[in-house]
Design a protein around this ligand. Structure first.
Ligand code: UFG
Length: 381
């Protein structure tokens, strides 16, 4: 089975490539490398022993896309590519609508032209809008109270895909609604490393740990949750990647339904403060944080009811938040470990950066660009 991954060098795309390759799928990747790096391809090969065929192509370039499909047959496409920074989408809405929607329309046109009839789409829990504290099922309403253009594009693309499937009973669409992906591959070779200033909690925690960001701002401790901070359904990226494999297998087999929608989450919510405390415990380093006011548009508690995916995909998240933190730390420390640098030990009263400076050393972790695997940016989901 040959699968094309758009945005396949991004955070979730690269982990999915690894899971597919290690199960015998043939994988090809399109990525514009605008916000990802070619080194990820090498690291996928290091992990799996297989190097996917790669096209440095922008999905906005329809003729280039046409050429790829003219010369190759794909059993399915997994569509990860797109812009995904929530804050940036508020500042540059037209760029988000243009990029996310036009690229999807181009892909659908070309798939139709070359009779490729199976698409898995990276959607997001953001389509559920402002439903707070509800264990969200796929039947919950979508499209109401979405607070940013990024989220709107996910919702709109879902509609486009449903209409496309409706017009062609042979065209199969699987919509995967992700909750909050965190973690890294246990090899430490691929993980999340946004180039720009990150918005999401875990990349910010990572940069506070390495000393690149001084303080983590915790947005609000007055929510109606156990400790007052927001709660989210954090899912290990490897579990999420495995969810794609299960969804793909099902969609390649079944001829029952041509639109399938699944929540990919754990069903458990962890608070921001608990995440910080767990990270401190596992890393042995205190994180500098302060409680500030709520971030506009944030909800108190967002979590999935993943039972449909558990039942129909025979899939469930197996890894914990602790596993994700250990893998993130391994990913962060790997460049230094590869250089056989003996890392100083952080203590609760001083950070790892401080430990380096006490030894008169420059903190190598601050130069995150130093490691070839540090490639994940905002364009590939
Ligand atoms: N948070 C902080 N400080 C920060 C960053 C985040 O306290 O510096 C808190 C937020 O207030 C929230 C939690 O950490 O309570 C998670 O925030 P993220 O920004 O990591 O994630 P969101 O839940 O806001 O949104 C994410 C993705 C969206 C996706 C959504 C799905 O960014 O793309 O999950 O639930 F749609």
């Amino acid at each position: 089975m040959r699968v094309l991954l758009t945005g396949g060098l991004g955070f979730i795309g690269s982990h999915t490539a690894v899971e597919l390759l290690s199960r015998g799928f043939e994988v090809e990747i399109i990525d514009n490398l605008k916000n990802s790096k070619l080194e990820t391809l090498k690291n996928i090969k290091k992990i799996t022993g297989k190097k996917p065929k790669f096209y440095k192509t922008d999905l906005l370039n329809k003729s280039a896309l046409d050429k790829i499909f003219r010369n190759n047959y794909y059993d399915a496409v997994i569509h990860f590519a797109g812009l995904k920074a929530v804050g940036e989408s508020v500042e540059k809405p037209l760029s988000y609508y243009r990029t996310n929607i036009d690229t999807t329309l181009n892909l659908l046109d070309i798939m139709k032209k070359y009779h490729c009839k199976n698409l898995i789409f990276s959607s997001s829990a953001t389509v559920y809008g402002n439903q707070d504290g509800v264990k969200l099922t796929e039947k919950n309403q979508t499209g109401i109270g979405i607070t940013n253009p990024y989220g709107q594009t996910k919702y709109m693309i879902e509609q486009i895909l449903k209409d496309t499937a409706c017009s062609d009973p042979e065209f199969k669409v699987t919509i995967l609604r992700y909750f909050n992906p965190i973690g890294a591959h246990y090899s430490g070779l691929i993980g999340e490393n946004p180039n720009d200033i990150p918005n999401n909690l875990m990349p910010i925690i990572m940069k506070v740990y390495t000393g690149e960001i001084k303080t983590l701002k915790i947005y609000g401790d007055d929510y109606k949750t156990k400790d007052g901070t927001g709660m989210r359904d954090f899912i290990h990226v490897v579990d999420l990647a495995k969810g794609h494999v299960s969804a793909l297998k099902k969609s390649l087999k079944t001829n029952a339904t041509n639109v399938a929608i699944y929540n990919l989450g754990t069903g458990k919510a962890t608070s921001v403060l608990k995440m910080v405390k767990t990270f401190e415990k596992i890393s042995g380093q205190a994180l500098n944080y302060e409680i500030v006011g709520r971030r506009p548009g944030d909800l108190a508690k967002v979590y999935a009811n993943p039972k449909k995916a558990n039942r129909e995909l025979n899939w469930q998240a197996e890894l914990t938040v602790e596993d994700a933190i250990k893998d993130v730390l391994n990913y962060l420390l790997k460049p230094a470990a590869d250089l056989k640098l003996k890392l100083p030990v952080a203590r609760p009263h001083y950070s790892i950066s401080k430990a380096f400076s006490l030894l008169g050393l420059k903190n190598p972790l601050v130069k995150l660009g130093a490691h070839p695997s540090r490639t994940q940016k905002s364009t590939s989901v």
